[in-house]
Design a binder for this molecule. Sequence first.
Ligand code: HEM
Length: 464
Amino acid sequence: KPRNFPPGPKWYPYMGCQSVVEQYSKKHGSQFKGLLELAKEYSTQVLGLKLVNELVVVVYGEKNVKQAFLEQEFDGRPDNFFVRLRCLGKKIGITFADGPLWKEQRQFTVKHLRNVGFSKIGMDKDIQNELSHIIDYINVNNDKPINLKNILPIGVLNVLWKIVAGEQIKEERLKCLMDLFYARSKAFSMTGGWLNQMPWCRFFFPELSGYALIKKLNEQISDIIDETIEKHKMCTIKGKDFIYSYLNEMRQNTSNTFTDEQLKIVCLDLIIAGSQTTSNQLEFAFLAALRNKSLQEKLFEEINNTLQDKPPTWADIQRLPYSSAFLLEVQRFYPIAPLVGPRRLTDDVVIDGFLIPKGTTILISIGDLNSNPKIWDEPHEFKPERFIDERGALKNSECMYPFGLGRRRCPGDVLAKSFIFIVFVGVLQKYRIECSSEVVPSEEPDIGLISAPRPYVADFIPRS
Ligand code: HEM
């Protein structure tokens, strides 16, 4: 091991400790939980691993997590097989780019998404439109229990794609895409699994290694993005969406970093990072309402007293403190990205007294902070009240990082939060959600690349 490297399992020739990590992940149900158990076993807040030939360090605890989010040396992204496969062979775009290219592309994207719709006012109409579709779907299918997975992801993707590309994706294409996203998130962990550590295994086990799945997903998304970019070039899509702004920049900017390929990967980044995360968080919110009947009634009372029949807008978040606190508690109780990253060190760094060499892959564990009894009173209880102060006003927490922190903080947080708020409040305003059988759906998440609720169905009883 490198000098003063953090503690962790023993390394074996060639494999490092890959098989121990796999074994713990399997035993504890996810890589996040497996790694947490290993960190506990070695009594460390900085866990040192070697996965085949990649040095990986996982950081725990508020001090270390903040250091990793805020120090510049942690801003890099790994350059490995899994990353390149995700970005159609190149290390470009935003999510997996780094250095000056990342800075320039991120800055442009954040600014222009704000101009074309990622502002609080611009999105309300599009989200309310999707809320109407969701309500129509519930009305039509209300004779049997409903699985929200059939409708929420489509709504998120429609809003996202409208802002990025100015149009909607055809429904049958959307459904196929969502199924592939779901399978991808279940099949991989944050370190990319065997396919990343031993890319040659794709030649022998294309299905088992997940390679065939990623290839299929890439082809489907590429087709959709290529077709839309082509339509913009032929001027068949009217309006000033993100692709329109990007193509303008390509004509005017002489830096050569604004290219067709780059545009395609930025669009891919936005779809992949924005769709499943947001819909999973919303599904968790409905699950929490379903599991906590009395809290659901409290939510309805607040929504009904404040809005009556008026459809919710993002600005109503100020007027609905209990609903807002409930959604904050959902973020704490069901973290969507319990392990954030992967990052790559651009220089040697000391964390908690350990020396981590340049090039090491870093994972930032935020999920366990949310259930730390030193930070939260009764962390395993679902208690929205913890986010309400003595005067009944909303109280934000500084110890939660659902969207990360620092220069790589999530650029889609406003879209995600407003979509979740408007759809959650809008559905509860119209329906009481009840278990459709004696068995209450499990609150245990299914954690792969991100966290998802286990599939559940519910009855939606109209509020008279
Ligand atoms: C509940 C929903 C969401 C959650 C929990 C979430 C969480 C996160 C987190 C924790 C990061 C930081 C990664 C890091 O520090 O390495 C991140 C980055 C990112 N998110 Fe989100 N996100 C959500 C929704 C969205 C949406 C709607 C978009 C679409 C616009 C989006 C686009 C991105 C992108 C492009 C990045 C990469 C930023 C960079 O590397 O510079 N996310 N997200």
